[in-house]
Design a protein around this ligand. Structure first.
Ligand SMILES: Nc1ncnc2c1ncn2[C@@H]1O[C@H](COP(=O)(O)OP(=O)(O)OP(=O)(O)O)[C@@H](O)[C@H]1O
Ligand SMILES: [Mg+2]
Length: 467
């Protein structure tokens, strides 16, 4: 069964209120009943004792008119039936005069003749509730009779009934009030929830960045704030994703267009000489190279993003890794007569994903050579400080102005698009470095003096190898 929140809260309140009032009512009623009847008993007891005192001197006589008069007189003034017994359970005085001279066995009277003052409540279908009370009559140390009073206590019972009804009315009244209040309360709670639900639905339908307006300063307000924050993030992510797709297609477009032009001109006019044909093929090869590099970089980026699980830590010989980077960049460096200098402790090892770390250092060193003039130096150093590995790639190249420094880690970002495209750059080198170092929970940063040189620094924490 699907109950709405308001009804649920209302029913819960109702249950609580009813249980509380029922428990309270039960004990209160019992208490009132006890005290009312006790009060009545005390009053009657003192009357009975007065009668007993007066009757005592006459009880040994078998037939004394005074006893009957005593019963009648008191009976009239307190409005109850009074019987005066002798020790043989014979009635010597009756306020109604009916049973005078008869023998009658009443249990409370039998107890009184044993010396006990006793009171008892009895219920009869015809008369309702009656209080029976008997006290012994003593003469010296001897019990010579008993005084019995039978009192109608239906007025007490009636008062109790009234109280019970009033309690019931209070319970019903407050129950209805509670129901109304909780419906109102539920509205206050459910309105922001409904707003949030609607916002979540809009977001699911693609309306990223949608913000909910919830004025609460409670948990719901916090939830709404978190929702808005998430919504904004999703929107930003979506923008970045769209931009990325647009950029990637744009980057792919130019080599494709160049290839099309090259192939079309070959179709229109077949090259006359072998040299001319080779030139065409070299151009085509260059464009294909560019495309394949771009596609490879894109694939690598998406692999890092998608499959973070394939990232595995191993013990990496740092100096060996740096030497390998130097070796594979040797032709490029030699072409510009740039010297690569490595400064690393021979035995240093560090937990990292070897292929990925190699790729990062390679990209940085490749940049250092690419963006340096001829006859310069590129220095690659590694040090350990405070449980962290630092790898720096330092060049004496063109440098990067501060406004570009924060942007070069964005995908496809190149400072001088025209110039760098001729060098074959796609602007994915540094983003790849960043992704890789993020996976290692490290940081990569840049410091540069334009015209003098640049330093890229990777800082890696000592991650614990699992397995
Ligand atoms: N050491 C450096 N000195 C000067 N500028 C640099 C240096 N490293 C990077 N840059 C600038 O930052 C830009 C982004 O570098 P990134 O490595 O991401 O792309 P790329 O080198 O142009 O292309 P790719 O690395 O994909 O071949 C470069 O285009 C260049 O302008
Ligand atoms: Mg690069």
């Amino acid at each position: 069964m699907k109950l709405r929140l308001g009804i649920k809260i209302g029913l819960t309140y109702l249950l609580i209120i009813f249980t509380a009032i029922a428990a309270f009512g039960y004990f209160a009623l019992q208490d009132i009943e006890q005290s009312l009847i006790q009060e009545r008993k005390n009053v009657l007891l003192s009357y009975a004792n007065i009668i007993a005192e007066r009757a005592a001197p006459y009880l040994r006589e078998q037939n004394n008119a005074y006893l009957n008069y005593l019963a009648e007189d008191f009976g009239e003034s307190i409005g109850h039936r009074i019987l005066i017994f002798n020790s043989a359970s014979t009635i010597l005085g009756d306020s109604s005069g009916l049973f005078r001279g008869q023998e009658l066995i009443i249990s409370v009277v039998a107890d009184a003749l044993q010396g006990e003052s006793i009171a008892q409540t009895n219920h009869y279908p015809d008369y309702g509730s009656l209080l029976y009370l008997a006290v012994p009559v003593a003469s010296g140390k001897q019990i010579v009779g008993a005084v019995f009073i039978s009192a109608d206590i239906n007025d007490v019972i009636e008062r109790l009934d009234q109280t019970r009804n009033r309690l019931l009315a209070t319970a019903i009244g407050s129950g209805i009030l509670a129901l109304l209040i909780s419906l109102l309360l539920a509205r206050i709670i459910t309105v922001p929830i409904r707003n949030l639900t609607q916002a979540a639905k809009r977001m699911a339908a693609g309306d990223y960045g949608h913000q909910v307006r919830v004025k609460n300063h409670d948990e719901l307000g916090i939830l709404a704030d978190s929702f808005n924050e998430m919504s904004e993030k999703v929107k930003q992510e979506d923008i970045i994703r769209r931009q990325f797709i647009a950029n990637a297609s744009h980057e792919l477009k130019s080599p494709v267009a160049a290839l099309k032009v090259l192939v079309e001109s070959l179709l229109i006019k077949y090259p006359e000489s072998k040299e001319e044909a080779q030139e065409f093929l070299r151009d085509i090869d260059g464009q294909l190279d560019r495309m394949s590099r771009l596609v490879n970089d894109l694939l690598l980026l998406s692999k890092i993003e998608r499959n973070k699980a394939s990232f595995k830590l191993e013990t990496v010989h740092i100096s060996q890794l740096l030497a390998e980077v130097k070796e594979s960049l040797r032709p490029l460096a030699a072409y510009k007569n740039i010297e690569i200098i490595i400064e690393a402790q021979e035995q240093l090892t560090w937990p990292a994903d070897r292929d990925m770390l190699y790729r990062s250092v390679y990209n940085l060193a490749d940049n250092a050579i690419k963006y340096s003039p001829e006859n310069k130096e590129v220095r690659i150093t590694s040090t350990v400080d405070q449980e962290k590995l630092m790898i720096s790639v330092i060049d004496q190249g063109v440098g990067i102005t501060p406004e570009h420094q924060e942007k070069i880690f964005s995908r496809f970002y190149r400072i001088d698009k025209a110039r760098e495209r001729t060098k074959g750059g796609t602007g994915l080198g540094l983003p790849i470095v960043q992704e890789i170092i993020n996976l290692h929970q490290g940081t990569v940063s840049v410091t540069s003096v334009p015209g003098q040189g640049t330093e890229f620094q990777i800082v890696l924490p000592a991650l614990r190898q699992t397995k």
